[in-house]
Design a protein around this ligand. Structure first.
Ligand SMILES: [Zn+2]
Length: 497
């Protein structure tokens, strides 16, 4: 086949017709090897990320059922020819339709690039536009009309003229081989929004950070996230609508199925009612959005790609402003009814210190950075000497960050050592209780303080757990999270499948 697209790398599409049916022919050059393109075209898991849902058998003679995202086409098909990785011919039939159409895809390797010629024959004329990769050849249409208008196409030589409903037009980007791989992960924190554009599992294409709005409530946060995603996409040289979706890890009470976030005391002045977070963000980014609890997504990332990947069951301990947790059992996150894993609010001392949640004796009352800071302030005001607050001012902080705690420990500040020791005691008691209850294979330690103190903290916690472990043959490892500060955003991106 001729490959005009080889000359300049553009998608070249042509629309034609024969016997009252449409023909779409698309040529494109992919900057990837032929096997990768073949997989993008034939692996149902990859197809589901960009093209449509395909269920069934895609081998020679196999039958399948499909739904194409762009056109809404739904029907069944049969593989007439299959010569991996060079050629595939399928015959499809829309539900309740007689006749049907034929699609032929031909791949040609060109060094580490691949040429693809894709031809669909026998399409009803009004459906042609959905096969929008041809849009580059008719960019004049897109430029001069708006959705809903009807435009006349210029037929390829020999074809007949027909009309094209622009409102079903969808432009497909040039580098198709990336489709199904790129997604945005958003780590929404109390002070900052971190966005990564990720290809495949964890290759970072672009990143952007912006402060979390301090007022304006949920709407301001959603607006800031949308802008940060757009900036990160710019940095990665992609468009937001090329992304498979946007995943968000948010603190607070998140209902993933409903896409809502509620009861957030720390974000943008706070909000109490469940806010339709996913729905609002979809409006602004124009691609799919999923939202889940921030600790849960970070734990999922460690499970898939990090320190938990060879542990069947583990407890993720997220030690930062609060003390978060997430339980993985037999390779799956245990969600309970949605709020499982609140390690910070397991009781380590009956009638103990007051926790930020208002109850007494929770682990977070001893180990959460916010609680530790409140305690330090109280003791300092009562006359206990400490460098903590001097260090805070010197580094222009308005609270005791992980870095401030680290410096105070290095300078042998007694109060800092005492409070960090208390924190280790509380984390160890809570974690050992989980081990006694669930007999899990290990602990993965992350979060702001957990990441900062890393291996040292992991060793301290493991040593402090031992006296509490009921079964003396059990000594589960405590491992620092491997994905570090990017874990939250990577895990959020993994939400989008
Ligand atoms: Zn509590």
């Amino acid at each position: 086949m001729t490959s005009n697209a080889a000359e300049d790398g553009r998608i070249l599409g042509s629309l034609g017709s024969a016997e009252g049916k449409g023909i779409v022919r698309i040529e494109d050059r992919f900057e990837t090897e032929i096997d990768d393109v073949w997989s993008a075209l034939t692996d149902p898991a990859r197809l589901a990320r960009w093209y449509g849902e395909v269920e069934g058998d895609l081998r020679l003679g196999g039958e399948y059922r499909a739904r194409v995202f762009a056109s809404g086409w739904e029907g069944t098909g049969r593989v007439q020819a299959c010569e991996p990785p060079l050629r595939m011919l399928v015959r499809g039939k829309e539900t309740n339709e007689t006749g049907g159409n034929e699609t032929e895809v031909v791949l040609t390797a060109d060094g580490d690039q691949t040429m693809v010629v894709w031809e669909v024959r026998g399409m009803p004329l009004d459906q042609l536009s959905a096969y929008g990769a041809g849009c580059r050849s008719t960019s004049k249409i897109s430029a001069t009309t708006s959705p809903g208008e009807i435009a006349e196409t210029t037929p390829r030589p020999g074809g007949t003229s027909f009309t094209l409903p622009i409102n079903t037009w969808r432009c497909t980007p040039g580098s198709w081989s990336r489709l199904g791989w790129m997604r945005a992960g958003v780590d929404l924190g109390g002070t900052k929004i971190d966005v990564l554009i990720i290809e495949r599992e964890r290759e970072v294409l672009g990143r952007m950070r912006r402060p979390t709005p301090t007022e304006g409530g949920a709407a301001a946060v959603v607006g800031a996230i949308a802008r940060t995603v757009a900036d990160a996409a710019d940095a990665a040289a992609v468009r937001v609508d090329q992304l498979t979706g946007v995943g968000v890890g948010s603190p607070g009470a998140v209902d993933t199925a409903a896409g809502t976030v509620g009861f957030n005391s720390n974000l943008a002045g706070g909000w109490t009612d469940p806010y339709p977070f996913a729905e609002e963000l979809v409006q602004r980014v124009g691609t799919r959005v999923r939202v889940a609890n921030d600790v849960a997504v970070a734990a999922a990332a460690e499970l898939e790609l990090g320190a938990g990947r060879d542990l069947r069951s583990f407890l993720a301990v997220w030690w930062g402003t609060g003390l978060g947790g997430s339980v993985v059992l037999a390779g799956r996150r245990w969600e309970g009814n949605g709020a499982a894993g609140e390690l910070g609010h397991t009781v380590v001392k009956l009638g103990g210190r007051i926790c930020p949640c208002g109850r007494r004796g929770c682990a977070e009352a001893y180990a959460g950075r916010a609680a530790m800071e409140a305690r330090a302030r109280q003791l300092h005001e009562r006359g206990q000497p400490t460098k903590l607050f001097d260090l805070m001012r010197k580094t222009n902080r308005d609270r005791l960050t992980s870095g401030v705690w680290e410096r105070a420990l290095k300078e042998d500040d007694r109060l800092a050592h005492e409070l960090i020791d208390d924190a280790y005691d509380a984390i160890a008691a809570a974690s050992a209780s989980v081990v006694n209850l669930l007999d899990i294979d290990g602990i993965v330690l992350g979060g702001g303080l957990g990441t900062r103190f890393g291996t040292n903290a992991a060793e301290r916690i493991r040593a402090k757990m031992r006296p509490h472990i009921f079964n003396p043959t059990r000594d589960p490892p405590v491992r620092p999270a491997e994905l570090g500060d990017d874990g939250g955003a990577i895990g959020a991106a993994l939400l989008v499948t």
